[in-house]
Design a protein around this ligand. Structure first.
Ligand SMILES: [Ca+2]
Ligand SMILES: [Ca+2]
Ligand SMILES: [Ca+2]
Length: 823
């Protein structure tokens, strides 16, 4: 959020020295991190360094600037990489010392001893034994510098100075200094001084291999020496007067006149209660009128900030509004009964077509990507344990290792910022799209799909409903493996890691010619082909739902969907369940969750008693589950069968579980100021207690997609059990996704809302760009208490798009539109 206050305030303190001291002493707090006003230094509260989120981390004046501070070891050519294991953290608050104990796997131990003198963080890296220089070229202490904050900012050392380059220049070493390294002196909020008395400091640019890497500050051990210790001091820029500007959490799209409207203010914990808020309605004559003004109501503390609510539900007049608080402005946004008319369309007009594999996608003069992966795919070799979660066990198809499997070159979407085709994701996406079609019948024809030319043209109507065409493309992706092998393959992915990490047009990933003697290049993708019972049932559910909505547009495809669903269902009924591990495939829920959902969906689709009988036989499985398992699992499917199965035990089982879930749901909604069902990883205080006493390598993604899926479930709970469930959690989730969430007020939907994620982790991320309508997972938790959404296109746990998140977003927005306009 751009801040008027910060800019004005920066002018006021421009004359300050970068480093202030009075009333700003650093101490070690009860959460076992170092803290001073506006400053936090985390000690392995996170350990996801592959994503630059863990190790020693420094937050300064509202921003995470340094990360992944740890021992580093550069192996000699041919030597294996050293695996570091962090074992525990010991905090000694009396002496303001936190020590992390780690080990080099199969080798000696090491310690990172972090202390403070009140003004600096003093880090000692101590190895139990000298480095084995026969194995390593370099070793020492290293900490990464967040590039997004420092592009074109200064750095200064003893002998030289420079400017952080925007792009990689060919020079990996930016600076060598013997004692001092001062970065970004010109910006007091981001200025940091690093010092070392006993050796060299090196500033490097690690982006030689691609733009996603960071700058680093390195304090190397002298190569070949018997040294075992490195001491580094970090002097942050602590400014007692600094206050984090308020975040005005609103839906960037706006509000329906009749809905609850709450601006959720995220405030510095030291700010005075009762923030003044003014809501303005813009006037055609050029002025603006106060629509509502007053003090916000305290909500309380959540994670690191204090929250207040400004409720303007009573403002109903249609128009364009802006809202102001503490020098911040949010908007413009609309209040209008048609507010949700258009906000789902970019996702169907752009994002889903752009994710389509095996076709060229064009928009006017622009080619989004060429017709890619036309050589799909080879049978993955038996026993292959692979990247991105894919695994091939025993071969279950008639195809030999690396033999081409025909028919896999049509259908399916690239799941995310990578290009694999995971059936699990394709199934849930197809299901959510089919349900959206069935419930809401949106009307949109802006896209042409031409199979013969393998061409998709945006903004060119072809007389066919776009949502139907996307459902068909999902169905084709699922049916492809069924047609050739009789079961569903978990997925297809690039057969080497360089191809997997490709940035740019995916048409260039393979040569698009089958590796069968005609093409000599082994670059075709692998299909991972083991049967997984949960995936089979998930696909049954998706195909059954699709068969209902495709009947009008393509009766033959609809019949094939239903026939395939029946066969897959029977196949699983006749065999013991198998949960072969692979990417995006279910693990055993312990209560036949997918089988229950599939039986219900087949009954809802066909009305045949055999599916109902199987469902009733499975009822005892439901007696042992929690309300959360019910809601996250088959509950929303089961409630749709309530009107059609007047069976006492079925009715009481489902209704009792729904009541259990309602109690948990209410607690969950009350656990945070946004009224949404945030996952326990973020809200559960026990979880946070746990991280206080142990080094935690668990990792939390932004929760947006989980919430969207939950909102789809809540729609059906509300629809079928309105006496228990209202529509507020669904509407709150739509607002959350559109900007009313912690960390920032950016809409998670690219191109939707005045402030949205227009730099994101799509396949065009290297261009710092976005795909309109793509939906990111959003602000993620930097444990223990900091929600963050960085404007950096390479943090997949915050800004990646997935197809499932696109489908549930379309569903949720159409649901909100329908519910609010029914009232
Ligand atoms: Ca993937
Ligand atoms: Ca169309
Ligand atoms: Ca090829």
């Amino acid at each position: 959020m751009k801040s008027l206050v910060v800019r004005a305030w920066l002018l006021a303190i421009a004359a300050f020295p970068a480093i202030c001291t009075s009333g700003t002493k650093i101490g070690l707090n009860e959460k076992e991190y170092f803290e001073a006003p506006g400053f936090s230094f985390l000690i392995f509260h996170n350990n996801y360094q592959v994503g630059h989120q863990g190790g020693l981390q420094m937050l300064q004046n509202g921003e995470r600037l340094l990360d992944s501070g740890d021992l580093f070891l550069v192996p000699k050519t041919g030597e294996p990489a050293a695996e570091l294991r962090v074992l525990r953290r010991v905090a000694d608050r009396e002496n303001s010392t936190a020590t992390v104990f780690g080990e080099i796997a199969g080798g000696p131990g090491y310690r990172l001893i972090c202390r403070t003198d009140g003004e600096r963080i003093l880090i000692t890296l101590r190895l139990d034994r000298p480095v084995d220089w026969s194995r390593f070229d370099a070793a020492g202490f290293r900490i990464a510098v967040y590039p997004g904050a420092y592009f074109l900012k200064s750095f200064q050392g003893d002998a030289s100075v420079g400017i952080f380059p925007r792009q990689y220049t060919g020079e990996q070493v930016l600076l060598r200094s013997t004692h001092r390294l001062l970065i970004d002196q010109e910006d007091p909020l981001r200025s940091v001084l690093v010092t070392r008395s006993d050796g060299e400091l090196v500033l490097t640019d690690e982006r030689r291999g691609g733009p996603e890497d960071w700058f680093t500050i390195v304090a190397p051990l002298k190569a070949g020496s018997a040294d075992t210790e490195v001491d580094v001091a970090i002097t942050p820029s602590i400014i007692a007067a600094w206050r984090r500007p308020p975040v005005i959490g609103i839906s960037q799209a706006g509000y329906h006149p009749s809905q609850t409207k709450r601006a959720v203010l995220e405030l510095d914990s030291r700010s005075a209660p009762g923030a003044g808020v003014t809501l303005y309605r813009m006037q055609l004559n050029g002025g603006r009128k106060v629509a509502k003004s007053g003090k916000a109501q305290p909500w309380g503390q959540f994670l690191r900030y204090r929250y207040e609510i400004f409720d303007f539900t009573d403002v109903r007049e249609p128009g364009v509004y802006v809202i102001e608080c503490g020098g911040q402005t949010a908007g413009p946004f609309r209040i209008d009964a048609a507010i949700y008319d258009a906000v789902w369309k970019p996702t169907l007009q752009y994002f889903l077509p752009v994710q389509m594999c095996h076709v060229a996608v064009k928009e006017g003069n622009r080619t989004w990507h060429g017709a890619c992966h036309l050589d799909d795919a080879l049978q993955a070799p038996e026993g292959k344990v692979y990247i991105d979660g894919y695994q091939q066990g025993k071969r279950e198809t008639r195809f030999a290792d690396n033999e081409h499997i025909p028919g896999l070159d049509w259908g399916g979407w690239h799941d995310a910022g990578d290009h694999d085709l995971p059936a699990g994701s394709i199934a849930i996406t197809t299901l959510a799209l089919a349900l959206a079609q069935e419930e809401f019948h949106p009307n949109l024809d802006e896209t042409l799909v031409n199979r013969a030319r393998r061409e998709v043209l945006l903004h060119v109507p072809d007389g066919r409903q776009d949502l139907i065409q996307q459902i068909e493309y999902g169905v084709e992706g699922l049916l492809a493996s069924f047609r050739v092998a009789g079961h569903i393959f978990p997925g297809i992915i690039e057969s080497n890691t360089q191809a997997y990490s490709h940035l740019g047009d995916p048409v260039n990933i393979t040569d698009n010619r089958i590796w069968d003697g005609r093409s000599q290049t082994f670059d075709d993708r692998w299909a991972f082909t083991n049967r997984n019972t949960g995936l089979q049932y998930d696909t049954v559910q998706a195909l059954a739902a699709a068969s209902r909505v495709l009947r009008e547009s393509d009766a033959a495809l609809a019949s094939e969907c239903l026939a395939a669903a029946r066969k897959l269902y029977d196949y699983e009924q006749e065999r013991p369940p198998v949960y072969a591990p692979s990417s995006y495939t279910p693990t055993d829920s312990g209560f036949r969750s997918e089988e229950i959902a599939a039986s219900t969906e087949m009954f809802v689709t066909t009305g045949e008693s055999r599916y109902r009988d199987r469902l009733l036989a499975l009822l005892p499985e439901l007696h042992k589950i929690s309300g959360e398992q019910f809601s996250h699992g088959p509950g929303w499917t089961l409630v749709r069968a309530l009107p059609r199965i007047p069976h006492d035990e079925f009715q009481s089982t489902v209704r009792d579980l729904a009541k259990k879930w309602k109690m948990q749901a209410e607690k969950s909604a009350a656990s945070n100021p946004y009224g949404v069902h945030l996952p326990p990883g973020i809200t559960n205080p026990d979880y946070r207690l746990e991280t206080r006493s142990a080094v935690d390598s668990g990792f939390v993604w932004g929760p947006g997609w989980d919430l969207q899926e939950d909102a789809l479930h809540q729609y059906y709970f509300h629809k079928h059990l309105p006496e228990l469930f209202d529509s507020e959690p669904l509407l709150a989730t739509v607002n959350f996704v559109l900007g009313c969430h912690p960390g920032s007020n950016q809409s998670y939907v690219s191109g939707v809302g005045a402030n949205s994620a227009i730099i994101a982790y799509g396949f065009n991320r290297a261009d710092w760009s976005h795909i309109p309508g793509g939906v990111i997972s959003g602000a993620s938790l930097v444990k223990p208490d900091y929600m963050e959404l960085k404007e950096f296109p390479f943090l997949w746990y915050q800004t990646e798009y997935v197809i499932g998140g696109a489908a549930t977003y379309i569903f949720d927005v159409l649901a909100a539109h329908t519910l609010l306009n029914e009232k």
